[in-house]
Design a protein around this ligand. Structure first.
Ligand SMILES: [Zn+2]
Length: 264
């Protein structure tokens, strides 16, 4: 962890940060809300109901076995998009652990349901037996996506996607693929088309750029992908794009993902 030392706070500092995230200003018992809490080392005990608890009791980190500094270093690498293999070297943990922890960080990201409006670009991308539909609202960081578990997408899936993620009366921009032909009869949008063989790309350049960035992100950070993990990588990528504020530091990530105990 030598190379990372400057970035990783001391164990005491980390505990202080976590305590603030989980309990806010006032520490209280997660079971009975009493504020009379005794503390010895990292364990706490409620003086009213007598039950012991830790900083992570009741959160998704309740079974954390790593040292806090190693945990923080792994999370630092993940929020900063340090590739898995480099993280192995920096944090002195096995590749299996890095994949495990990066997955945990990914799975505990908040869910976002987005509806796109105004000008929207939409396109598909293919990864072996999986297809990906994605749309981007022009002039914002809003993305919507859907995985289709087969190697092509048909018109009914495309219109289902529109129905779910695109506000009626939006201006939809796509390439000339047949799945979008007369799509405005399936969902109320104003449809404009780029014909790629006529070297028209302006209407879909942003969404195509996003697909390029997605492929680079997966290859750089995770080195390869499997059909099992692809949907998670895509969700992670989209959230990194649309909500960068979650990924600015381990502290910001935890503040948005560690469920705090009820306030008392
Ligand atoms: Zn209690």
């Amino acid at each position: 962890m030598i190379a990372l030392l400057n970035q990783i706070p001391s164990e005491t500092k980390i505990k202080k940060l976590l305590r603030k995230i989980v309990f806010g200003r006032n520490m209280c018992c997660p079971f009975c809300n009493s504020r009379k809490v005794g503390c010895s080392e990292s364990r706490y005990r409620c003086q009213r109901c007598r039950r012991p608890f830790s900083l992570f009791s009741g959160t998704w980190l309740s079974n954390l076995k790593l040292s806090l500094r190693t945990f923080w270093a792994l999370l630092w690498c993940w929020v900063n998009q340090v590739p898995v293999k480099q993280t192995v070297k920096l944090c002195h943990v096995s590749e299996v652990s890095v994949y495990h922890w990066f997955r945990q960080f990914r799975l505990h990201l908040p869910d976002f349901e987005t509806i796109l409006a105004g000008k929207v670009q939409m396109d598909e991308a293919y990864f072996r037996n999986i297809s990906l539909l994605m749309a981007k609202e022009i002039g914002s960081k809003k993305l919507a996506h859907q995985i289709v578990y087969k190697n092509s997408v048909n018109k009914s899936e495309a219109s289902q996607f529109l129905f779910q993620y695109i506000q009626p009366k939006s201006k939809l921009q796509t390439d000339g693929s047949s799945i979008y032909k007369k799509i405005n009869q399936w969902w109320q949008v104003k449809h404009k088309v780029d014909i790629h063989r006529k070297f028209q790309f302006g209407l879909t350049s942003e969404i195509e750029g996003i697909f390029g960035n997605l492929r680079t992100f997966i290859r750089r950070m995770y080195h390869h992908t499997t059909p099992e993990h692809l949907p998670e990588y895509v969700s992670e990528f989209c959230l990194r794009f649309s909500s960068p504020e979650i990924f600015t530091s381990p502290n910001d990530y935890l503040a948005k993902t560690l469920k705090p105990v009820p306030t008392c």
